[in-house]
Design a protein around this ligand. Structure first.
Ligand code: PSV
Ligand code: MN
Length: 386
Protein backbone atom coordinates (compact mmCIF):
# COMPACT_ATOMS: atom_id res chain seq x y z
CA UNK A 1 0.00 0.00 0.00
CA UNK A 2 1.28 3.45 -0.82
CA UNK A 3 1.23 6.20 1.81
CA UNK A 4 -1.58 7.87 -0.13
CA UNK A 5 -3.62 4.66 -0.10
CA UNK A 6 -3.07 4.23 3.64
CA UNK A 7 -4.18 7.82 4.31
CA UNK A 8 -7.32 7.36 2.23
CA UNK A 9 -8.16 4.12 4.03
CA UNK A 10 -7.52 5.84 7.36
CA UNK A 11 -10.09 8.48 6.36
CA UNK A 12 -12.73 5.89 5.56
CA UNK A 13 -15.70 6.18 7.94
CA UNK A 14 -19.06 4.63 7.24
CA UNK A 15 -22.11 5.77 9.16
CA UNK A 16 -24.65 3.09 10.09
CA UNK A 17 -28.43 3.54 9.97
CA UNK A 18 -30.16 2.78 13.28
CA UNK A 19 -33.00 1.16 11.32
CA UNK A 20 -30.70 -1.55 9.93
CA UNK A 21 -30.76 -3.21 13.37
CA UNK A 22 -34.54 -3.40 13.64
CA UNK A 23 -36.72 -5.98 11.93
CA UNK A 24 -37.69 -5.19 8.39
CA UNK A 25 -39.30 -6.90 5.46
CA UNK A 26 -41.63 -6.36 2.59
CA UNK A 27 -45.35 -5.73 2.36
CA UNK A 28 -45.64 -9.52 2.38
CA UNK A 29 -43.89 -10.29 5.66
CA UNK A 30 -41.64 -8.85 8.34
CA UNK A 31 -39.74 -11.65 10.08
CA UNK A 32 -38.92 -11.31 13.75
CA UNK A 33 -35.36 -12.15 14.82
CA UNK A 34 -34.25 -13.16 18.32
CA UNK A 35 -32.12 -10.42 19.90
CA UNK A 36 -33.58 -7.57 17.82
CA UNK A 37 -33.27 -4.22 19.65
CA UNK A 38 -36.37 -2.96 21.44
CA UNK A 39 -35.26 0.66 21.55
CA UNK A 40 -32.75 3.09 20.13
CA UNK A 41 -30.17 2.39 22.85
CA UNK A 42 -30.07 -1.28 21.90
CA UNK A 43 -29.74 -0.28 18.23
CA UNK A 44 -26.78 1.93 19.15
CA UNK A 45 -25.20 -0.89 21.18
CA UNK A 46 -25.40 -3.16 18.12
CA UNK A 47 -23.94 -0.47 15.87
CA UNK A 48 -21.08 -0.01 18.35
CA UNK A 49 -20.35 -3.72 18.04
CA UNK A 50 -19.97 -3.28 14.26
CA UNK A 51 -17.46 -0.50 14.96
CA UNK A 52 -15.53 -2.64 17.47
CA UNK A 53 -15.23 -5.42 14.91
CA UNK A 54 -14.21 -3.22 11.96
CA UNK A 55 -12.96 0.16 13.18
CA UNK A 56 -14.89 1.63 10.25
CA UNK A 57 -18.25 2.69 11.62
CA UNK A 58 -17.90 5.41 14.28
CA UNK A 59 -21.35 7.00 13.84
CA UNK A 60 -25.02 6.01 13.92
CA UNK A 61 -27.72 7.86 11.98
CA UNK A 62 -31.13 8.33 13.58
CA UNK A 63 -34.56 8.52 11.96
CA UNK A 64 -37.10 10.79 13.63
CA UNK A 65 -39.67 9.88 14.94
CA UNK A 66 -38.56 6.23 14.89
CA UNK A 67 -35.72 7.01 17.30
CA UNK A 68 -37.42 9.73 19.31
CA UNK A 69 -36.33 10.01 22.97
CA UNK A 70 -36.91 12.58 25.72
CA UNK A 71 -33.26 13.40 26.30
CA UNK A 72 -31.00 13.49 23.21
CA UNK A 73 -28.01 14.78 25.15
CA UNK A 74 -28.25 11.69 27.36
CA UNK A 75 -28.57 9.53 24.24
CA UNK A 76 -25.40 11.11 22.85
CA UNK A 77 -23.57 10.36 26.08
CA UNK A 78 -24.82 6.78 25.94
CA UNK A 79 -23.52 6.46 22.37
CA UNK A 80 -20.16 7.90 23.42
CA UNK A 81 -19.91 5.37 26.26
CA UNK A 82 -20.46 2.68 23.66
CA UNK A 83 -17.64 4.10 21.53
CA UNK A 84 -19.68 5.74 18.77
CA UNK A 85 -21.29 9.12 18.07
CA UNK A 86 -24.72 10.09 16.78
CA UNK A 87 -24.67 11.14 13.15
CA UNK A 88 -27.14 12.21 10.49
CA UNK A 89 -30.70 13.01 11.53
CA UNK A 90 -33.20 11.72 8.95
CA UNK A 91 -36.57 13.41 8.79
CA UNK A 92 -39.73 11.45 8.15
CA UNK A 93 -42.77 12.95 6.47
CA UNK A 94 -43.97 9.72 4.92
CA UNK A 95 -45.91 7.96 7.66
CA UNK A 96 -48.65 10.36 8.62
CA UNK A 97 -52.13 10.54 7.12
CA UNK A 98 -51.78 14.29 6.62
CA UNK A 99 -49.03 13.64 4.06
CA UNK A 100 -51.14 11.47 1.74
CA UNK A 101 -50.92 14.11 -1.01
CA UNK A 102 -47.53 15.53 -0.12
CA UNK A 103 -45.61 17.17 2.69
CA UNK A 104 -43.28 20.07 1.78
CA UNK A 105 -45.08 20.29 -1.58
CA UNK A 106 -48.66 20.00 -0.27
CA UNK A 107 -51.21 22.48 -1.60
CA UNK A 108 -52.55 23.02 1.93
CA UNK A 109 -50.44 25.55 3.81
CA UNK A 110 -51.30 23.91 7.15
CA UNK A 111 -49.87 20.56 6.06
CA UNK A 112 -46.81 22.24 4.54
CA UNK A 113 -46.21 24.05 7.82
CA UNK A 114 -46.56 20.79 9.76
CA UNK A 115 -43.88 19.23 7.53
CA UNK A 116 -41.64 22.29 7.91
CA UNK A 117 -42.10 22.18 11.70
CA UNK A 118 -41.07 18.53 11.73
CA UNK A 119 -37.79 19.51 10.07
CA UNK A 120 -37.29 22.30 12.60
CA UNK A 121 -37.78 19.68 15.35
CA UNK A 122 -35.12 17.57 13.64
CA UNK A 123 -32.74 20.54 13.67
CA UNK A 124 -33.43 20.93 17.38
CA UNK A 125 -32.49 17.26 17.82
CA UNK A 126 -29.28 17.95 15.89
CA UNK A 127 -28.49 20.84 18.22
CA UNK A 128 -28.68 18.46 21.14
CA UNK A 129 -26.86 15.51 19.58
CA UNK A 130 -24.19 17.61 17.89
CA UNK A 131 -25.13 16.07 14.53
CA UNK A 132 -23.99 17.86 11.41
CA UNK A 133 -26.45 16.68 8.76
CA UNK A 134 -30.19 16.91 8.30
CA UNK A 135 -31.16 14.44 5.61
CA UNK A 136 -34.37 15.14 3.76
CA UNK A 137 -36.03 12.48 1.68
CA UNK A 138 -39.59 13.09 0.57
CA UNK A 139 -42.23 10.60 -0.46
CA UNK A 140 -43.97 13.49 -2.25
CA UNK A 141 -45.15 12.90 -5.78
CA UNK A 142 -48.16 11.90 -7.85
CA UNK A 143 -49.53 8.69 -9.31
CA UNK A 144 -51.41 9.97 -12.36
CA UNK A 145 -50.91 12.58 -15.03
CA UNK A 146 -52.91 15.64 -14.06
CA UNK A 147 -53.11 14.67 -10.38
CA UNK A 148 -50.87 17.55 -9.38
CA UNK A 149 -49.36 20.64 -10.91
CA UNK A 150 -45.72 19.66 -11.43
CA UNK A 151 -44.49 23.23 -11.53
CA UNK A 152 -46.54 24.43 -8.57
CA UNK A 153 -45.22 21.54 -6.50
CA UNK A 154 -41.64 22.54 -7.35
CA UNK A 155 -42.36 26.13 -6.30
CA UNK A 156 -43.83 25.08 -2.97
CA UNK A 157 -40.93 22.68 -2.41
CA UNK A 158 -38.41 25.47 -3.00
CA UNK A 159 -40.25 27.74 -0.58
CA UNK A 160 -40.52 25.09 2.15
CA UNK A 161 -36.86 24.11 1.82
CA UNK A 162 -35.82 27.77 2.02
CA UNK A 163 -37.73 28.15 5.31
CA UNK A 164 -36.07 25.04 6.75
CA UNK A 165 -32.63 26.09 5.52
CA UNK A 166 -32.88 29.39 7.44
CA UNK A 167 -32.78 27.31 10.63
CA UNK A 168 -29.82 25.11 9.65
CA UNK A 169 -26.91 26.18 11.88
CA UNK A 170 -23.59 27.44 10.56
CA UNK A 171 -21.93 24.11 11.42
CA UNK A 172 -24.82 22.11 10.05
CA UNK A 173 -25.91 21.04 6.58
CA UNK A 174 -29.06 20.03 4.77
CA UNK A 175 -28.70 17.13 2.35
CA UNK A 176 -31.51 16.47 -0.11
CA UNK A 177 -31.97 12.90 -1.27
CA UNK A 178 -33.53 12.03 -4.63
CA UNK A 179 -35.43 8.97 -5.81
CA UNK A 180 -37.06 8.44 -9.15
CA UNK A 181 -40.03 6.36 -7.99
CA UNK A 182 -41.87 5.00 -4.97
CA UNK A 183 -44.15 5.48 -3.20
CA UNK A 184 -45.34 7.86 -5.93
CA UNK A 185 -45.31 5.99 -9.21
CA UNK A 186 -45.92 8.55 -11.95
CA UNK A 187 -43.75 11.42 -10.74
CA UNK A 188 -41.75 12.14 -7.63
CA UNK A 189 -40.96 15.72 -6.66
CA UNK A 190 -37.22 15.09 -6.25
CA UNK A 191 -36.62 12.36 -8.81
CA UNK A 192 -32.99 12.87 -9.79
CA UNK A 193 -29.68 14.46 -8.93
CA UNK A 194 -30.38 17.40 -11.22
CA UNK A 195 -33.54 18.36 -9.35
CA UNK A 196 -31.81 17.95 -5.99
CA UNK A 197 -28.87 19.98 -7.30
CA UNK A 198 -31.16 22.78 -8.50
CA UNK A 199 -32.82 23.04 -5.09
CA UNK A 200 -29.69 22.82 -2.95
CA UNK A 201 -27.88 25.30 -5.19
CA UNK A 202 -30.69 27.79 -4.64
CA UNK A 203 -30.48 27.25 -0.88
CA UNK A 204 -26.77 27.92 -0.42
CA UNK A 205 -23.36 26.59 0.59
CA UNK A 206 -24.51 24.31 3.38
CA UNK A 207 -27.06 22.48 1.26
CA UNK A 208 -25.90 19.45 -0.72
CA UNK A 209 -27.12 16.41 -2.59
CA UNK A 210 -27.53 12.97 -1.02
CA UNK A 211 -26.97 10.12 -3.45
CA UNK A 212 -28.71 6.86 -2.52
CA UNK A 213 -27.22 4.17 -4.74
CA UNK A 214 -30.57 2.33 -4.90
CA UNK A 215 -32.51 5.26 -6.31
CA UNK A 216 -31.62 5.13 -10.00
CA UNK A 217 -33.09 3.45 -13.02
CA UNK A 218 -31.30 0.26 -14.13
CA UNK A 219 -28.33 1.08 -16.32
CA UNK A 220 -27.75 4.53 -14.83
CA UNK A 221 -24.05 5.38 -14.70
CA UNK A 222 -23.92 6.30 -11.01
CA UNK A 223 -20.18 6.96 -10.99
CA UNK A 224 -20.76 9.69 -13.55
CA UNK A 225 -23.16 11.41 -11.14
CA UNK A 226 -20.58 11.04 -8.36
CA UNK A 227 -17.87 12.62 -10.52
CA UNK A 228 -20.13 15.47 -11.57
CA UNK A 229 -21.41 16.31 -8.09
CA UNK A 230 -17.90 16.23 -6.63
CA UNK A 231 -16.75 18.47 -9.45
CA UNK A 232 -19.53 20.91 -8.58
CA UNK A 233 -18.77 20.73 -4.85
CA UNK A 234 -22.29 19.51 -4.15
CA UNK A 235 -21.96 15.86 -3.17
CA UNK A 236 -23.01 15.91 0.48
CA UNK A 237 -23.52 12.27 1.31
CA UNK A 238 -24.18 8.74 0.18
CA UNK A 239 -26.84 6.28 1.20
CA UNK A 240 -25.15 3.03 0.23
CA UNK A 241 -27.06 -0.14 -0.58
CA UNK A 242 -27.51 -2.35 -3.59
CA UNK A 243 -30.49 -3.27 -5.68
CA UNK A 244 -31.64 -5.67 -8.35
CA UNK A 245 -35.06 -4.40 -9.35
CA UNK A 246 -36.28 -1.61 -7.12
CA UNK A 247 -35.25 0.08 -3.92
CA UNK A 248 -34.24 -3.31 -2.52
CA UNK A 249 -31.96 -1.94 0.22
CA UNK A 250 -29.65 -4.95 -0.04
CA UNK A 251 -26.08 -5.15 1.23
CA UNK A 252 -23.91 -2.62 -0.59
CA UNK A 253 -21.62 -4.24 -3.12
CA UNK A 254 -23.51 -7.52 -2.92
CA UNK A 255 -25.24 -7.42 -6.28
CA UNK A 256 -22.57 -5.57 -8.20
CA UNK A 257 -19.20 -5.10 -6.46
CA UNK A 258 -17.77 -3.70 -9.69
CA UNK A 259 -20.24 -0.81 -9.56
CA UNK A 260 -19.18 -0.07 -5.98
CA UNK A 261 -15.53 -0.18 -7.09
CA UNK A 262 -16.29 2.31 -9.90
CA UNK A 263 -18.13 4.61 -7.50
CA UNK A 264 -15.27 4.53 -4.96
CA UNK A 265 -12.78 5.19 -7.74
CA UNK A 266 -14.63 8.43 -8.59
CA UNK A 267 -15.00 9.34 -4.91
CA UNK A 268 -11.22 9.11 -4.49
CA UNK A 269 -10.58 10.82 -7.85
CA UNK A 270 -12.82 13.74 -6.80
CA UNK A 271 -11.23 14.16 -3.35
CA UNK A 272 -14.21 12.66 -1.52
CA UNK A 273 -11.91 10.78 0.86
CA UNK A 274 -9.23 13.42 1.27
CA UNK A 275 -8.41 14.91 4.68
CA UNK A 276 -10.58 18.00 4.11
CA UNK A 277 -13.54 16.21 2.51
CA UNK A 278 -17.01 16.66 4.00
CA UNK A 279 -18.65 13.88 2.00
CA UNK A 280 -20.48 11.55 4.39
CA UNK A 281 -20.62 7.85 3.55
CA UNK A 282 -23.68 6.24 5.06
CA UNK A 283 -25.44 2.92 4.67
CA UNK A 284 -29.19 2.88 4.09
CA UNK A 285 -30.03 -0.78 4.21
CA UNK A 286 -32.40 -3.27 5.74
CA UNK A 287 -31.73 -6.90 6.52
CA UNK A 288 -34.89 -8.86 5.86
CA UNK A 289 -33.63 -12.43 6.02
CA UNK A 290 -29.95 -12.24 6.97
CA UNK A 291 -28.59 -11.57 10.46
CA UNK A 292 -28.43 -7.82 11.02
CA UNK A 293 -25.14 -7.17 12.82
CA UNK A 294 -23.07 -9.39 10.50
CA UNK A 295 -25.06 -7.85 7.63
CA UNK A 296 -23.74 -4.46 8.63
CA UNK A 297 -20.21 -5.80 9.17
CA UNK A 298 -20.28 -7.36 5.68
CA UNK A 299 -21.49 -4.04 4.25
CA UNK A 300 -18.76 -1.84 5.69
CA UNK A 301 -16.15 -4.43 4.73
CA UNK A 302 -17.46 -4.38 1.16
CA UNK A 303 -17.00 -0.60 1.03
CA UNK A 304 -13.49 -0.94 2.49
CA UNK A 305 -12.56 -3.68 0.02
CA UNK A 306 -13.76 -1.80 -3.04
CA UNK A 307 -12.05 1.37 -1.83
CA UNK A 308 -8.79 -0.54 -1.41
CA UNK A 309 -9.12 -2.01 -4.91
CA UNK A 310 -9.89 1.42 -6.37
CA UNK A 311 -6.72 2.71 -4.71
CA UNK A 312 -4.73 0.13 -6.67
CA UNK A 313 -5.54 1.78 -9.99
CA UNK A 314 -2.27 3.13 -11.35
CA UNK A 315 -3.36 6.71 -11.93
CA UNK A 316 -0.25 7.80 -13.82
CA UNK A 317 -0.28 4.86 -16.21
CA UNK A 318 -4.03 5.37 -16.69
CA UNK A 319 -3.59 9.03 -17.64
CA UNK A 320 -0.87 8.09 -20.14
CA UNK A 321 -3.07 5.41 -21.72
CA UNK A 322 -6.07 7.75 -21.84
CA UNK A 323 -4.09 10.55 -23.47
CA UNK A 324 -2.61 8.13 -26.00
CA UNK A 325 -6.06 6.90 -26.98
CA UNK A 326 -5.12 3.43 -25.75
CA UNK A 327 -8.67 2.28 -25.09
CA UNK A 328 -7.97 -1.31 -24.13
CA UNK A 329 -4.78 -0.46 -22.25
CA UNK A 330 -6.64 2.05 -20.09
CA UNK A 331 -9.45 -0.40 -19.47
CA UNK A 332 -6.96 -3.11 -18.49
CA UNK A 333 -5.35 -0.86 -15.87
CA UNK A 334 -8.73 -0.37 -14.22
CA UNK A 335 -9.66 -4.06 -14.47
CA UNK A 336 -6.30 -5.22 -13.08
CA UNK A 337 -7.00 -3.21 -9.94
CA UNK A 338 -10.56 -4.49 -9.70
CA UNK A 339 -9.50 -8.13 -9.98
CA UNK A 340 -6.87 -7.86 -7.22
CA UNK A 341 -7.78 -9.64 -3.99
CA UNK A 342 -7.09 -7.09 -1.24
CA UNK A 343 -8.48 -9.16 1.61
CA UNK A 344 -5.13 -10.47 2.97
CA UNK A 345 -3.68 -6.95 2.87
CA UNK A 346 -6.70 -5.51 4.73
CA UNK A 347 -6.54 -8.30 7.33
CA UNK A 348 -2.91 -7.42 7.98
CA UNK A 349 -3.79 -3.74 8.23
CA UNK A 350 -6.47 -4.49 10.81
CA UNK A 351 -4.08 -6.58 12.89
CA UNK A 352 -1.60 -3.67 12.89
CA UNK A 353 -4.37 -1.45 14.24
CA UNK A 354 -5.44 -3.82 17.00
CA UNK A 355 -8.64 -4.81 15.22
CA UNK A 356 -9.85 -8.36 14.55
CA UNK A 357 -8.21 -9.62 11.36
CA UNK A 358 -11.43 -11.31 10.28
CA UNK A 359 -14.37 -9.27 11.59
CA UNK A 360 -17.12 -11.68 10.47
CA UNK A 361 -15.46 -14.58 12.30
CA UNK A 362 -14.60 -12.40 15.29
CA UNK A 363 -18.24 -11.42 15.62
CA UNK A 364 -19.41 -15.02 15.35
CA UNK A 365 -16.95 -16.06 18.08
CA UNK A 366 -17.64 -13.06 20.32
CA UNK A 367 -20.76 -14.47 21.98
CA UNK A 368 -22.52 -11.11 21.44
CA UNK A 369 -25.35 -12.66 19.50
CA UNK A 370 -26.05 -15.27 22.18
CA UNK A 371 -25.93 -12.57 24.88
CA UNK A 372 -28.45 -10.25 23.21
CA UNK A 373 -30.73 -13.16 22.37
CA UNK A 374 -30.84 -14.07 26.04
CA UNK A 375 -31.04 -10.52 27.36
CA UNK A 376 -33.60 -9.11 24.96
CA UNK A 377 -36.44 -11.43 25.82
CA UNK A 378 -39.83 -9.73 26.07
CA UNK A 379 -40.77 -6.22 25.01
CA UNK A 380 -41.60 -5.11 21.52
CA UNK A 381 -38.94 -5.54 18.87
CA UNK A 382 -38.12 -2.45 16.81
CA UNK A 383 -38.97 -2.59 13.20
CA UNK A 384 -38.95 -0.27 10.22
CA UNK A 385 -41.28 2.39 11.44
CA UNK A 386 -40.57 2.27 15.18
C1 PSV B 1 -36.23 6.20 0.91
O1 PSV B 1 -36.37 5.08 0.09
C2 PSV B 1 -34.97 6.11 1.75
O2 PSV B 1 -33.88 5.79 0.94
C3 PSV B 1 -34.73 7.38 2.52
O3 PSV B 1 -33.35 7.55 2.78
C4 PSV B 1 -35.44 7.08 3.79
O4 PSV B 1 -35.16 7.93 4.85
C5 PSV B 1 -34.98 5.66 3.99
O5 PSV B 1 -35.09 5.10 2.71
C6 PSV B 1 -35.74 4.87 4.99
O6 PSV B 1 -35.27 3.55 4.98
MN1 MN C 1 -31.89 6.51 1.36
Amino acid sequence: MTTFANTVLDNLEIELPSWAFGNSGTRFKVFGTPGTPRDVREKIADAAMVHRMTGLAPRVALHIPWDRVDDYAALSRYAEDQGVALGTINSNTFQDDDYKFGSLTHTDKVVRQKAIDHHLDCIEVMNQTGSRDLKVWLADGTNYPGQGDIRGRQDRLAESLATIYQHVGTDQRLVLEYKFFEPAMYMTDVPDWGTSYAHVSALGERAKVCLDTGHHAPGTNIEFIVAQLLRLGKLGSFDFNSRFYADDDLIVGAADPFQLFRIMFEVIRGGGLSDDSDVALMLDQCHNVEAKIPGQIRSVLNVEEMTARALLVDGEALAVAQDAGDVLGANEIVMDAFYTDVRPMLAERRAERGLPERPMIAFRDSGYRETIEAERAGGVQSSWGA
